[in-house]
Design a protein around this ligand. Structure first.
Ligand code: SAH
Ligand code: SF4
Ligand code: F3S
Length: 441
């Protein structure tokens, strides 16, 4: 390669976003520079997501656009679609030269050398690994809030889910390496960190210290300079009481629990192989609601899983009424390769899935309108994340993970981003709050 420029577009979850920060760091360290447009890059990379069919199609659409314009460029497909489709990608998109899944990023530097030497079918597809991908070169996008991977892969086998096939078996980092990274970030001025994994609750330090997730949370939140610690995602089965106790003990651990339920019907949960019943899930919700602090609770819902009856669906709606989530992500079930649900009978027609999705979203919208309105008049501490120039507002995030946009006296051009400020809530909508800052913290 001659000018060593790259373009990288990232799809999917925070794990992918953070993997991209590591990949970018590796590329910069190897003398590459990043450009904002694929047209200007010699190496064009897509870090892909395969969680639903729509996500998977995105990368092929992108590659299609470049079929002709991409002459002379080198294309690489990274991430979950790369792992899932493997070398088939070379047949489907012959202009692709690199196919690499997340379990092979430890070898990313070597793969670049192969590409530079002219290889046009470079692959990293082995899932047979106990490695985790940590690099001293990680290039973080945000100067105040940082991701840290604590566990990679997933050992659950939810019947709808492609992740165990795209990210391989669970591998935890050592507690000490996570602590060292968190301390280094605090020294660099980061005040918020988010611990990442597909199932953070099953974190288990492989060193003799053998910390579990609750211990790790407690330790990380004690690091001087840390103001907010979040984590994602939790599997309800592994969400033990000790996690709630750790959170209650230290307010640095944010007032938010994301606990994906998927369905309110124990019958569907069993078919999904989620390993908990509705009652077991409710017990966890009771721990959270009975805790010392008030936590916001959010979830993920899948509608139209094979065999989901009207009655099952109504149980999901009743669960939303009962729990009153602060927010949720809802999805139509999407059949995925290799998964158990693919071959299940009673697949639900697309129109019916769409109908159920709309009902869930409308119900939840009404719940959020009501819940957010209850916050009017309260004062919340926000971390300032940005500025809405046109609206004359600053963008803030509360510990409970709500967006709270606010007005503030003229700063004379100075940025408030990264600061923590008390803000009084004056208005509310379904998805965000509006307020005004009320003096120095
Ligand atoms: N590890 C997390 C989930 C990661 S995927 C957990 O166990 O909760 C994020 C969300 O995508 C899931 O919670 C689920 O709601 C949704 N999802 C996963 N596979 C899906 C599929 N095949 N169709 C529709 N939604 C899916
Ligand atoms: Fe997928 Fe289930 Fe693993 Fe979450 S826990 S990543 S839904 S298999
Ligand atoms: Fe998508 Fe892979 Fe994340 S499938 S949601 S990018 S783990």
């Amino acid at each position: 390669m001659s000018n060593k420029t790259f373009y990288l577009e990232t799809f999917g979850c925070q794990m992918n976003a953070h993997d991209s920060e590591k990949v970018v760091g590796t590329l910069l360290e190897k003398g590459y520079s990043q450009v904002a447009e694929p047209e200007d890059a010699e190496l064009v990379l897509y870090n892909t997501c395969s969680i639903r069919d729509k996500a998977e199609q995105k990368v092929f659409n992108r590659l299609q656009q470049f079929k002709r314009a991409g002459k002379g460029k080198i294309f690489g497909v990274l991430g979950c679609v790369a792992q899932q489709e493997g070398e088939k990608i070379f047949d489907r998109a012959p202009h692709v030269s690199l196919v690499c899944g997340s379990a092979s990023y430890t070898r990313f530097g070597e793969m670049l050398v192969q590409l530079e030497a002219g290889s046009r079918r470079v692959t990293g597809l082995s899932l047979d690994t106990d490695e985790t991908f940590d690099t001293p070169f990680t290039r973080r996008d945000n100067p105040h809030r940082a991701y840290i991977t604590i566990i990679e892969g997933c050992d659950k086998k939810c019947a709808y889910c492609v992740v165990p096939f795209t990210r391989g078996p669970e591998r935890s980092r050592t507690g000490e390496s996570v602590m060292a990274e968190a301390r280094r970030l605090a020294d660099q001025g980061y005040t918020e960190i988010q611990l990442l994994g597909q199932n953070v609750n099953s974190f288990r330090d492989p060193s003799p210290a053998a910390w579990d997730f609750a211990t790790l949370l407690a330790r990380v939140s004690e690091i001087p300079g840390m103001r907010r610690v979040r984590y994602t995602t939790s599997h309800p089965r592994d969400f033990v009481k000790a996690i709630m106790d750790a959170m209650d003990a230290n307010p640095v651990l944010c007032d938010h629990v994301h606990l994906p339920v998927q369905s309110g019907s124990s019958r569907v949960l069993a078919a999904m192989d989620r390993l908990y019943t509705r009652d077991e899930y409710m017990r966890r919700i009771e721990w959270i609601k009975g805790a010392k602090r008030k936590y916001s609770i959010t979830t993920d819902i899948i509608v139209g899983f094979p065999g989901e009856t009207e009655r099952d669906f109504e149980e999901t709606l009743a669960l939303l009424d009962e729990i009153q989530y602060d927010s949720l992500f809802s999805f139509k079930y999407s059949p995925r390769p290799n998964t158990a649900a693919l071959a299940m009978e009673d697949q639900i027609p697309e129109e019916e899935k769409q109908r159920r999705l709309v009902i869930v979203q409308e119900k939840q919208r009404a719940i959020q309108i009501r819940r957010n309105a209850e916050l009017i008049g309260t004062t919340e501490e926000v971390m300032v994340e940005g500025r809405h120039q046109a609206l004359g507002q600053w963008i803030g995030r509360t510990s409970s993970n709500r967006t709270l946009n606010f007005t503030h006296p003229d700063t004379g051009g100075a940025s408030l981003v990264g600061q923590y400020l008390p803000v009084r809530v004056t208005r509310s909508g379904p998805n965000s709050l509006v307020g005004e800052s009320v003096g120095a913290p």
